[in-house]
Each structure stands twice: as C-alpha cells, then as structure tokens.
Design a protein around this ligand. Structure first.
Ligand SMILES: [Zn+2]
Length: 670
C-alpha cells in the first residue's frame, strides 16, 4: 500500500481494506465452511473436559497454552519473542499453605494461663498473615462498623496493637428484620475478610474469630424439630398399619413406615454428627488482597472460658444482650493477653501469556497492533464461579474459548497473507484474566514491544453466543477512527453493532486503555451459562464467530495500514473492577497483578475524583482518610465510611516516597 495519495482520507483506507479483504481473505464469498470447521474444532477442544476448564493451577491450562502455541506455529507466527519461546511466564499467589509453628495461649493478670491445642481449640486461618504477637485482648462483638444501620463495634474500644476477638456473622440473625438482615445471602458485614479488614485498618496485632452461638444452636434446633416431625410420621404410619383394612392398605402403610423410620434415622444421624462449633478449615474464607495480620479461629469453649474469667459473662449471654439491645458490647479484657504465632506461606503458581508475532514491513514496521483474547477460565469452580459450591468443570466455551479460537483463526489468516502489513501484529492469548486481568496487566508492565509504539489493542472476550447478527463493541470512543471503520466493516459483515464508548471494562483491553492505548473489545453478550459448568460448546454460534473474525480482520488491516496511528481519546468511564454499590465514587483502577503492601492501582478513570486529585498509575494507596490500607478489601471498606462531596486525605507510595493528596469524593456510580 506504498503510495496512498489521500493520506488523510480515512475512507480511502477503508477501500484499501475492503480490497485487501476480498483479495486475500480465505473466506471467498459465502464459502467459509473450512473456517467454521476450524473455529468449531478449536472451541470444542479448548472447552473439552480434557482442558479442565483452563483454571489457574490446572494441567488443563498448561495444555491450552501448548495448544495455542502449536496453532501459532502452524499459522507461521514468530513464537520466539519471549526469550526464545512464546511464553511470557510470571508467578501469582493463589492461596496459602500452613507451615510451623502455630501456637496460641491466653494469659491472665493473676498468672492464669489457658493453653490452646491446635485443631482442637484453635486453628490458623488461611486469609491471615504469618507473624507473632503478645498483646492485650479486646472483645469487639461482631467486628462490624456500619453507617446504615448505625452500629459500630469499635466505637468504645481502642484496638491499636491489641488482639481483637470477634464473633462470626452478625447480630439479630433470628429476627427477620434484624439489623443486618438482607434479602438474599448474607450481609457484607458478615464476611470474615471484612472483619479482618476492620481490625487491620485500626492497627490491630492479630484477630481471633469465634463462631456465633446462634448458627450452631439454630442448626441443632432445626434438626431437632425435623426429628420431632419424623417421629410423628412414624407414629402416623404405625397407626395407619394398625388400622389397615386390607393387605393393600397394610402394604402402603408399611412402606410409609419404612420411609418414616429411615427419615428418623437420617435426622438422628445428622444430629449425632452435628458439630455446632467447627473451627474454620484452613483454606476457607477466601483470600484477602494485600498484607494482613495473624488470624485464628478459636472454639466457643475456650472463648467462653476467657470471657467468663475476664468479664464474667458467657458468649451466648453477650450475643443475647446485643440481640436484645441492638447495641455493641465491646470491652477490653483487662489483664488478659494473647500470645501466639501463625505460620503460613503463600502458594504461588507460574502462569503464562502465549505470544506470537508477525513483523510489519516498511516505515511503520516498528509500530505494533495487539490482538488479544484470554484463554484461561475458572477451572473446577470456586473463585469466580457463579455456581456456588460446584466443583464441576466449567468448560468456558464462550468464555473464552470462543475469543481464543477467533484469535487463532486470525493468526492463520494473517500468517498466510502476503505481503505483510505495514505495522507489526502481536497476537496474545492472555492468562489469569479471571483472577483480575493478570496476564494483560503483566504484559503492560513488561511489554515485549514498546507501549508508546503500540497503536491499538483489539480484544475478543465472549464472542460465541451472538444472537442473530447482534454484537457489542466497547471502546468505540477511545479513538476517532473507530466509528467510521465500524460503520464500513460492520455493515460489510452484516453485523448489528451496539457501541459503547468507554475503554474501561472487565476484560483485558482495560489494561491497555489504562496505558493510554486506543482499544476495542468485542462481546456477543452475557447469558445464563456465564461462569457456570453449562457454558458448553454445543451452545456456540459459529457463524456469528465467523462474522466477528471477518470484522476484526478488517479492523486489523485498517489499524495496521493507516499511515496515521489511531489517536487516543480519554473517555469518561468507571473501571468495572472498582466495586460498585453504595460507595462514593473515587475512580481508581486496581492492579491485581501487583504484590504490594497497600492498594496498588493500574491507573485512574479519566475525569474521576482520583484523576482530578492527581493519583496516577503505579501509585500504591496506603492510607485513606486515616485508615490503614493493605489492599482492595481495605480500600473498599474504608471508602464506604465516607460520602459524596467529602474531601479525604489519601497517602500513596510513589517512587519509593509517600505523597499525600486530597480527593473530593463524587456521587456513587450505579
Ligand atoms: Zn472472559
């Protein structure tokens, strides 16, 4: 395309693109059966049970990486760009592993000691940090601070450098309209990591968590009433048998009796096995972002001993008082200290982006166009799954075997196409997307090609469930060129495009947009199989995928050919990664790949309060309005303590030093 006379005439670029498309595209009019077959094969393979839902830490994810590599090789891409191979490896923390020693003891002012036995009286929690401590114990109720309803377990006590003892869940659970009753599930104040965050932000030394008496008691009462019902069924069936008029009646009554007796046995069995006060299993309770503190689960028996010896009240007495008054009962257990050590270490896993390259030709060859799709998914469920408790393979046919297959097909198309396009094409299959855009964040942090010469990023995430010809394109406002090209190419591909201007959003394009690179993200829409084991390849619309490939093909040619690189435009929008809900708007974009002591941000949303206050990418927030911040959990919780219009002081680590900024919070964004 050397002598393009009309340099500034965009439609000229379109014409060239359309011409190239027609000349070189393997999809000669109407017959793209070969392509459909390849797309189907790739989706079916990547979404097969063999690939184990491509979860982080599974062999299936490794297999998928190799599958992508082989496809890149087959397509003729250069797969030696990441230090001789296509793999950009990096480590992530996926959990923690218990080590030794783990000790805990309570010491009274009069020399009393309550020694605790591991796995019987206490257990280390995986969402805490290793560490030793020896400090006064402060009982802090349920460890809740809430503005609505107004309730604060920390109001009357000082927990700095103290050991905080909290009860799990929330008060007034037995009341339908209790203080923290919510329509579905549990109040966010019930979450273990929220309670730990409250203590951490106040500078506590360690946290002890005890099961609320209500839950265990309630389970027992429910089983006991079930037992009563089951026993009544036995009596009723026995009466029926006694009164049976004939053999048929007697047989009916007999089988009813057998069922009822079985039911009684089952319930008795459950009652017998009921552990109303199980210590928290190591590994349960989720993980906490950022630094933490030692956290232990203790039994109600030792908690009671401590409370009775120190303040003369039992745990259930205190729970009943809080339930009755709706008021906290927090108090320092004067004279009582807890000494202990928690030993655990992070479990890290190596994951990798898979990268293949087609170099450009001519004066623009040192500029890059990135085409991407994440190839990981949520594996056997757990973190990220929308099927609570499911351990089935989440096959992820649409999310995102479809985008990966489209990426491979585009690699094949451009691999066989000559001459090469003016700009370099970098095809990236990202990993770790489901854990917070980790792969794309890693690439942006350690780019293989200069980011300031990366002219655009085209992302495909969930392009397999098109409804008819409908397709959503995000990022259309991030460069002035996009709309014109989408008019042209979308029309040519017969697509009904719905356009969203913002460049921020829950997929890998956000990492590039935060680095001030124009982006487009193609998306065929959400559905009821999203992040569930049922996201299977039978439900994929392969014709729709072929249209997406066709559209992206043309966008790639235009972006890689246009003499002028697409201009970057700041679009007001909020990062979907910043949790929504009733919090004032701040505008930070979390960097989940950072391993920092504080809340690391990848960037700020254009025009947001954070942007106006001068926060920038790579800043690490360590204090917000006086609250200590170790990660997104603490930041989220602290922000909820403020309201729109308030000015809060934010302390960030930048370039190794502390910088204090003042942010004027804005109204919450829905
Ligand atoms: Zn996805």
């Amino acid at each position: 395309m050397p002598n393009l006379s009309c340099r500034r005439n965009k439609s000229a670029v379109c014409l060239v693109v359309l011409a190239i498309g027609v000349l070189t595209s393997s999809s000669i009019a109407g017959d793209n059966s070969g392509e459909i077959d390849r797309l189907r094969t790739d989706v079916q393979t990547l979404a097969s049970d063999d690939f184990e839902g491509r979860g982080v830490g599974t062999a299936g994810l490794e297999k998928a990486a190799e599958y992508v590599r082989n496809a890149f090789v087959g397509a003729g891409l250069d797969v030696t760009v990441a230090g001789g191979d296509p793999y950009q490896e990096f480590e992530i923390t996926t959990g923690s592993q218990l080590t030794e020693p783990n000790t805990l003891a309570f010491n009274g002012a009069n020399g009393q000691t309550i020694d605790l036995k591991y796995d019987a009286d206490f257990r280390t929690c995986s969402f805490g940090d290793p560490g030793t401590f020896d400090a006064e114990i402060v009982f802090c109720g349920y460890g809740i601070e809430s503005t609505d309803p107004p309730y604060n377990d920390f109001e009357a006590v000082d927990v700095k450098d103290k050991v905080v003892l909290v009860i799990r869940r929330t008060p007034q659970q037995k009341h339908e309209n209790g203080l923290f009753a919510v329509a579905h599930g549990a109040s966010r104040h019930a979450s273990l990591t929220t309670k730990v965050s409250q203590a951490f932000q106040r500078g506590a030394a360690a946290v002890l968590v005890v099961n609320d008496v209500f839950t265990g008691r309630n389970e027992r009462e429910q089983l006991e009433s079930q037992l009563k019902e089951a026993e009544a069924e036995v009596l009723a069936a026995a009466d029926q048998l006694v009164d049976a008029a004939d053999v048929a009646d007697a047989d009916l009554a007999k089988s009813a009796l057998e069922t009822a007796v079985r039911h009684v046995r089952d319930v008795r069995d459950m009652l017998g096995k009921l552990n109303a006060d199980p210590l928290i299993a190591f590994g349960y309770g989720g993980s906490r972002t950022g630094k933490s503190l030692p956290v232990f689960s203790i039994s109600q028996a030792v908690c009671n001993q401590l409370l009775v010896e120190s303040i003369g009240k039992s745990q259930s007495q205190i729970e009943d008082e809080i339930d009755a008054t709706g008021k906290p009962q927090s108090v320092a257990l004067t004279g009582w200290t807890a000494a202990g050590q928690a030993s655990l270490k992070p479990v890290t896993v190596e994951i990798k982006n898979v990268i293949g390259v087609l170099e450009g030709e001519g004066p623009l060859a040192d500029e890059t166009v990135v085409i991407g799709a994440h190839y990981d998914h949520v594996g056997f469920g757990g973190e990220g799954s929308l099927a609570p408790g499911s351990t089935e393979i989440h096959n992820g046919a649409d999310d995102n075997a479809s985008g990966t297959a489209a990426l491979l097909e585009l690699a094949r198309r451009f691999g066989e196409r000559t001459p090469r396009l003016p700009r370099r094409l970098v095809f990236i299959a990202f990993t770790g997307e489901e854990r917070g855009l980790l792969g794309s964040a890693e690439y942006v942090k350690e780019p293989l090609f200069a980011l300031d010469k990366t002219v655009a990023m085209l992302n495909m995430d969930m392009v397999g469930r098109m409804d008819g010809q409908k397709l959503t394109v995000f990022g259309t406002g991030t460069s002035p060129v996009w709309d014109g090209w989408l008019d042209e190419f979308g029309g040519a591909a017969g697509l009904e495009l719905s356009r969203k201007p913002e460049g921020l959003g829950p997929s890998d394009h956000q990492s590039f947009y935060t680095a001030k690179i124009p982006v487009l993200h193609l998306f065929s829409g959400t559905h009821s199989d999203y992040h569930r084991p049922t996201d299977d390849s039978e439900k994929i619309n392969y014709d729709g995928m072929a249209s997406v490939v066709e559209l992206v093909d043309k966008l790639i040619v235009a972006t890689a050919t246009d003499p002028d690189r697409p201009a970057y435009v700041e679009v007001q929008g909020r990062s979907s990664m910043e949790r929504d809900g009733s919090r004032p708007y701040f505008g930070s974009i979390p960097d989940f790949s950072a391993d920092a002591e504080g809340y690391a941000i990848q960037g700020v949303a254009p025009g947001s309060p954070a942007a106006k206050a001068g926060l920038e990418g790579k800043d690490i927030i360590v204090r917000l309005g006086g609250h200590r911040i170790a990660g997104l959990d603490d930041f989220d919780l602290a922000l909820r303590k403020f309201s729109a219009g308030q000015q809060v002081e934010v302390v960030v680590i930048r370039g190794g030093g502390e910088v204090t900024l003042t942010v004027t919070l804005a109204v919450p964004r829905g």
